[in-house]
Design a protein around this ligand. Structure first.
Ligand SMILES: [Cu+2]
Length: 704
């Protein structure tokens, strides 16, 4: 919370209460009067480097955490809930993480340089933006087509390059559009690659190298009240290291099509979207930082449509209705390794003709009772069908007197029916009270449902090797599915209070939330294994399982203009803090990958063409760890970053240093470094993945 005390005491007190304590800034009366008299309408502008590759940096300032994976494949976490629990819309379309390790999550398909807008809705999501998720929604959009507003042909674009010294990460990008009054053709391309980065001690964080290339064509056509947009995308990731997985990505090729038609009738707005995305994914080994032999192949295909209609029925009342269909088809198989006793002579078939089909209908109303009260309420129904065909192990031989667990499991799996049908109902109710421009309160309730994904329901192998290939937790443990898993249902209560200064010189938002999840899909231990037969290391074999869980937390963020003058420009302070807890209702209490208390404070100076930023990131020690997964504790850390940006006509230059003090730290959501464990002879404990040490970065961008 942050507020200004009454002016009568002739002293302005600025409180910035970040969850741990109270920061009080006392201003002298003369300073205070200066602030009161000035009218600030400029919102703080925090500038970040336009970069290529990893798109997650753009979302980290919006309350999204990410668990570590490959360099362009981190997984989103909102309010303590991860990966598939967060709905991710890429230009309005849904792409499923097809890999058994979620190496190709939806955000990995959108290069950072293509993104023009990001929107994060955490907790209570209107049903129009929800479905098949319980945590929240991330909507990421590339540029809309632009059109010429004169007789001349419009030629416009951006070209740029960026470099980071740590890992010699570098990328180049081009966005260009040629457009007339009604037709527009755009191209976006980017190339991004990084070698292995080093931690604060100067040691290599093994297997963090990658390369990614993407191309997109956007065609737009517009009439008086309508527009048709067609997007074609192609992406190739020839290699990407995953330090916290047993496997690496040695190929991910995808092609996509999005067709979006918009029509504004006088009585309704129509928005129809069709999308298709196809991916060929391959795992194996490509670097001497993590070696091995084991090919694994995945083919996935997403097809879907969304039809939305909005009816402005009266001044007060808007009705939105929608119909959606989404289908995901999956094959996941591991070809036999010719000379291997264990991995042959047959191919291991993990998921055979897997399918997950969702049919959805929803209706949502927005009702404005009076100028200060608005309600948004809606209901969504989804019919979800999942199914898969019979499977096959590498062989049915028993090894060294041990029963062949995979062979037994395959027989049991094939003997039963695999089809599951879920009928899911989501509800949301949001009330907004805005008595004045300075105060906004929002609160509400939602019920949100997610059906299990294909790996949670249909992975079946019980040998150690098969089980350690499944899971997107980066924890080094083994997982097996359960056909009888139920959908998880989350009940969320949440509120947000925003207070803005009458002169816009400061703003603060407080957002507490509580979620109870019925049948949360977690995991229970069904056995243990010794990785690589090393008896000193024991890890759990886990099975996906329904259990109840609860999450609660508090997010606070605010900003304040500290001073504004001709000589020093505008000085703005922005701060945010976040606290989350996640607990099982049965068994060991603490859930996995819950970010410890953390905060960020940035001081930004904008002076003519210059923008200078000093940023402090702090995370507390993590000692609430998941005992089921043997999650490691991590120590607290502080990172200091500095950036400067200079704009001159169409050119923007960025120079900065990230982790200026070269702090050595473990990533609280990093999982364990299996690459390092293998490199050190596969006998020690699993250690936490280290964060990157100091990195000098620069970027240049030219807008034409
Ligand atoms: Cu994979």
């Amino acid at each position: 919370m942050s507020f200004r005390s009454s002016f009568s005491n002739k002293r302005i007190i600025f409180y910035s209460m970040l969850a741990t304590g109270l920061q009080v800034v006392l201003l002298t009366p003369s300073e205070a009067e200066g602030i009161v008299e000035e009218i600030f309408i400029t919102k703080p502008q925090q500038t970040t480097l336009t970069t290529t590759g990893d798109s997650t940096t753009l979302l980290k300032d919006k309350g999204v955490n990410f668990s570590s994976a490959g360099g362009v494949s981190q997984l989103p976490i909102i309010n303590g809930m991860n990966s598939d629990r967060v709905k991710v819309l890429i230009d309005g379309s849904e792409i499923t993480a097809a890999c058994a390790n979620h190496m190709n999550p939806p955000l990995s398909y959108m290069d950072a340089s293509r993104i023009s807008s990001t929107e994060v809705i955490s907790g209570i999501t209107p049903v129009s933006m929800g479905g098949d998720s319980i945590a929240g929604t991330i909507s990421v959009k590339s540029r809309k087509p632009i059109y010429s507003d004169s007789d001349k042909l419009l030629i416009q674009g951006t070209i740029g390059a960026n470099y980071e010294s740590n890992g010699q990460h570098h990328g180049e990008y081009l966005n260009a559009t040629v457009a007339g009054n009604n037709l527009s053709l755009g191209y976006s391309g980017s190339l991004d690659r990084s070698a292995t980065y080093r931690d604060g001690d100067g040691d290599k964080v093994l297997d963090t190298l990658y390369r990614s290339e993407s191309h997109a064509l956007t065609f737009g056509s517009k009439g008086a009240n309508q527009e048709l947009v067609i997007k074609l995308t192609h992406q190739e990731v020839p290699y990407q290291g995953f330090p916290n997985q047993y496997m690496d990505m040695v190929g991910n090729k995808s092609n996509g099509v999005i067709v979006n038609y918009l029509h504004n009738f006088s009585w309704m707005k129509l928005d129809a979207l069709f999308s298709w995305n196809d991916v060929e994914h391959e795992m194996g080994f490509f670097t001497n930082e993590k070696t091995g032999t084991m090919p694994m192949l995945t083919e996935g295909e997403d097809i879907g449509y969304v039809i939305k209609a909005e009816f402005p029925l009266s001044e007060q009342y808007t009705l939105r209705v929608g119909n959606e269909y989404h289908q995901f088809e999956l094959d996941d198989w591991w070809p036999a390794v010719p000379s291997s006793m264990m991995m042959g002579p047959d191919d291991y078939i993990n998921i055979n003709n897997g399918e997950r089909k969702r049919y959805a209908l929803w209706a949502e109303s927005e009702y404005r009772f009076n100028p200060s009260w608005t309600a948004i309420y809606g209901i969504r129904y989804e019919h979800v069908v999942t199914d898969t065909d019979d499977v096959q192990p590498y062989n049915t031989m028993s090894m060294m007197m041990n029963p062949n667990l995979d062979a037994l499991a395959a027989t049991a799996f094939n003997a039963r029916d695999h089809k599951q049908i879920d009928d899911n109902v989501d509800l949301s109710f949001i009330l907004r009270y805005q008595p004045s421009l300075e105060n906004t309160v929002e609160f509400g309730y939602s019920r949100k449902t997610r059906s299990p994904n294909l790996y949670e329901r249909y992975t079946w192998g019980r040998n150690t090797m098969a089980m350690t290939m499944i899971g997107w937790y980066g924890d080094g443990n083994g997982y097996v599915g359960d056909i009888d898993l139920d959908p998880e249902i989350a009940h969320t209560l949440s509120a947000a209070y925003t207070k803005t200064a009458p002169d816009n010189s400061w703003q603060v938002t407080i957002n507490p939330y509580f979620t109870y999840v019925d049948d949360y899909i977690d995991a229970t231990q069904i056995g243990t294994f010794n990785p690589r037969m090393v008896m000193s290391v024991t890890r759990p074999k886990l099975q996906f399982n329904n259990m109840d869980a609860e999450f609660y937390g508090l997010d606070i963020n605010g900003s304040r203009i500290l001073s504004q003058s001709e000589k020093w420009g505008t000085l703005n302070l922005a701060a945010s803090a976040s606290y989350t807890r996640g607990k099982r209702k049965d068994g060991p209490e603490d859930l996995y990958h819950i970010m410890p208390l953390n905060m960020k404070v940035a001081l930004v100076q904008s002076l003519r063409q210059w923008t200078n930023t000093v940023e402090l990131e702090w995370a507390d020690e993590k000692d609430d760890v998941d005992q089921v997964r043997l999650e490691n504790e991590t120590a607290k850390y502080t990172l200091l970053n500095i950036f400067t940006q200079y704009r001159w006509e169409g050119t923007t230059l960025n120079i900065g240093v990230r982790n200026l003090l070269d702090e050595s730290y473990d990533l609280p959501l990093g999982g364990v470094s299996l690459a390092q464990w293998r490199d050190e002879g596969m006998s020690g404990p699993f250690e936490s993945l280290h964060g990157p040490g100091r990195s000098f970065e620069m970027g240049v961008r030219y807008d034409f």
